[in-house]
Design a protein around this ligand. Structure first.
Ligand code: 5GP
Length: 113
């Protein structure tokens, strides 16, 4: 797949405000936050988008969600946070390396815009 800015962040070639890292994933603050807390949680495996994940990625996808839960707890977000995945350009995806948005610290409306 093609290289993205997130590959460079994983390799520490460009800086990011990292809040969590393990063998499978990396979490760092979004450079253009849409809420007082806005963290991106990404797999180190370069899956371009959710639609391109496969059955082989089942454990990895579960890992990302459970880490989102842990990171939310470690940041003291309580139970008031939103997890979002934009899949595809028309859904707002701009970086084609799968990522979960963890957003908190303000009210969120529904449906999202
Ligand atoms: P998407 O629109 O693809 O769902 O989300 C991509 C997110 O990545 C955006 O919220 C954007 O602000 C963030 N982003 C893009 N480039 C960088 C970067 O170089 N560093 C960080 N920390 N976030 C980035």
């Amino acid at each position: 797949m093609s290289e993205t800015i997130f590959s460079k962040i994983i390799r520490k070639e460009i800086p990011a405000d990292i809040v969590y890292e393990d063998d499978l994933c990396l979490a760092f603050k979004d450079v253009n936050p849409q809420a007082p807390t806005h963290v991106l949680i990404i797999p180190k495996k370069p899956i371009p988008k959710l639609a391109e994940a496969t059955d082989e990625d089942q454990a990895l996808l579960g890992h990302l969600l459970l880490k989102a839960r842990e990171i939310a707890a470690s940041l003291g977000l309580g139970d008031a946070y939103r997890i979002a995945i934009n899949n595809g350009e028309q859904a707002g995806q701009t970086v084609f390396h799968l990522h979960l948005h963890l957003l908190a610290g303000r009210p969120f409306s529904w449906p999202p815009g």
